[in-house]
Design a protein around this ligand. Structure first.
Ligand code: SDX
Length: 431
């Protein structure tokens, strides 16, 4: 892969390390053989660590670029749709008309879940956080598909990818209905992916005739775009978790469940829920300065949710599309003067002007506007990260499949040990 080397000199000893050049982005130094020379690299948080090679998604944080299989996110958001982007992530190319029709049909025909799964929901309290339910039921899917769990079988991997993409919206809507105490609404094959999700979320058996729930096409398009904008994002924390779990040979349902668990954190996918909770806590534009002060206080752990990113040191390109979608949804719903939207816009304006944020290149990220849109659509705040997990499923499964379908090793990082030196045990009567 390379005829270039980096030379590392430690205590007079010189070690040559291969340097690899990517098709886009930064060169990498292969430090794999350092351990044979008696050293580890040290990079808490993996700020400067490339954990794998991948062909799926490229991010340029300085330029605010996001490509899925080479296609810019702005073009996919404007020209494509979620299932087509799922196909692209999984297969590496956009589908032709026949391939697209077949893929959409395949996903539609996998949207139902085994009826026994309903009993699994019954074990949760009605006030369980839907992410707790999703961690449980997605992992439990491995108990229902013994026929397609051979990770070395390409057909099994493909069927599992289709099942997960198809069933996540069904399980997500079920976790919402369970919290409401309403009956689950079955998926319908006459609806598009986003329409079906909204129907399962908001329809009820009591609605018939005139009162029957009708999906608003503008809202369905916004929902589809929200799923699309969350589809994949290189080696983020939850995707790295899925790869780590997959590297042990764990079944794909368990791997995706581990990704859901990692996504739940407020520093990651839980940020969209945290943004809305924070906007509610701020409550009024008059209190914004108080919270900006807290965010800038090095002694205060408070952070402005929805701002900053490990990679983007420019505007998150998804946030721009999300902001545009926000205005479309608010115009359709006639809520342009929503107070929380006004607070959000004021926060964004401050962040783009205030020296603290500008110096640290803290821009709005994908989570900043998504929650405001979801709330306007009528989706409860605790469902926001479930929506993120649903949208991210094709990315997780594509990254998992890319690893499993190529030679891989179990991921087993080392450490900088700062504990006690070896010492002898002391019996309790002598302590
Ligand atoms: C997602 O990785 C991905 O790709 C994730 C994601 C995806 O699609 O998978 O893009 C989705 O998770 C988006 C991020 C959502 N999280 C949030 O919005 C939570 C708020 N943001 C922060 O917690 C933070 O910005 C992170 C976690 C996103 C990034 O943290 P880093 O890269 O470790 O940055 P850092 O903590 O080292 O911060 C650098 C400086 C620090 O100040 P100093 O110590 O240098 O003085 O910026 C400050 C931080 O205190 N800072 C913030 C801040 N984020 C960073 N200060 C106030 N508010 C913030 N939001």
């Amino acid at each position: 892969m390379s005829d270039r080397v980096a030379t590392l000199t430690i205590d007079g000893k010189t070690i040559e390390l291969p340097v690899y050049s990517p098709t886009e982005g930064q060169d990498v130094v292969d430090v794999g053989k350092l351990s044979a020379s008696g050293y580890f690299t040290y990079d808490p948080g993996f700020v400067a660590t490339a954990s794998c090679d991948s062909k799926i998604t490229f991010i340029d944080g300085d330029k605010g670029i996001l490509l899925h299989r080479g296609y810019p996110i702005e073009q996919l958001a404007a020209e494509s749709d979620y299932l087509e982007t799922c196909y692209l992530l999984l297969n590496g190319e956009l589908p032709n008309a026949t391939e697209k029709t077949e893929f959409v049909e395949t996903i539609r025909n996998h949207t139902m879940v085994h009826e026994q799964l309903v009993h699994l929901f019954r074990g949760f309290r009605r006030d369980a956080h839907p992410m707790a339910i999703m961690c449980g039921v997605v992992g439990a899917l491995s108990a229902f598909y013994h026929d397609s769990m051979d990770i070395d079988d390409e057909v099994h991997r493909k069927v599992t990818a289709h099942r997960l993409i198809a069933k996540m919206p069904t399980l997500a809507a079920m976790s919402h209905k369970y919290a409401l105490g309403q009956p689950f609404v079955y998926p319908r094959n006459d609806l598009s992916y986003a329409e079906n999700f909204l129907h399962m979320m908001f329809a009820t058996p009591a609605h018939h005739g005139e009162s029957e729930y009708k999906v608003n096409p503008v809202i369905a398009k916004a929902m589809d775009r929200i799923f699309l904008l969350h589809a994949d994002h290189e080696q983020n924390a939850s995707t790295s978790t899925v790869r780590m779990a997959g590297s042990t040979g764990a079944n794909p349902f368990a791997c995706i469940a581990s990704g859901i668990a990692a996504l739940w954190g407020p520093a990651h996918g839980g940020a969209n829920e945290a943004v809305l909770n924070q906007l509610a806590e701020i409550g009024d534009e008059s209190r914004i300065d108080e919270y900006i002060k807290k965010a800038k206080d090095p002694n205060d752990s408070f952070r402005l949710m929805g701002f900053g990113h490990r990679v983007y040191k420019n505007y998150d390109p998804r946030a721009r599309v999300m902001q545009q979608t926000c205005h479309e949804v608010f115009a359709e719903l006639g809520v342009e003067d929503d107070p929380q939207l006004r607070i959000a816009q004021r926060l964004e304006q401050i962040a783009l002007e205030d020296e603290y944020f500008v110096k640290r290149k803290l821009y709005p990220n994908v989570d900043f506007y998504s929650g405001i849109i979801l709330k306007a659509i009528g989706i409860p705040v605790d469902m926001f990260t479930v929506i993120f997990a649903t949208g991210r499923t094709p990315g997780w499964i594509a990254q998992w499949n890319e690893m499993i379908s190529n030679p891989y090793k179990i991921m087993r990082p080392r450490q900088l040990y700062m504990g006690e030196n070896a010492r002898d045990f002391v019996p309790v009567d002598k302590r």
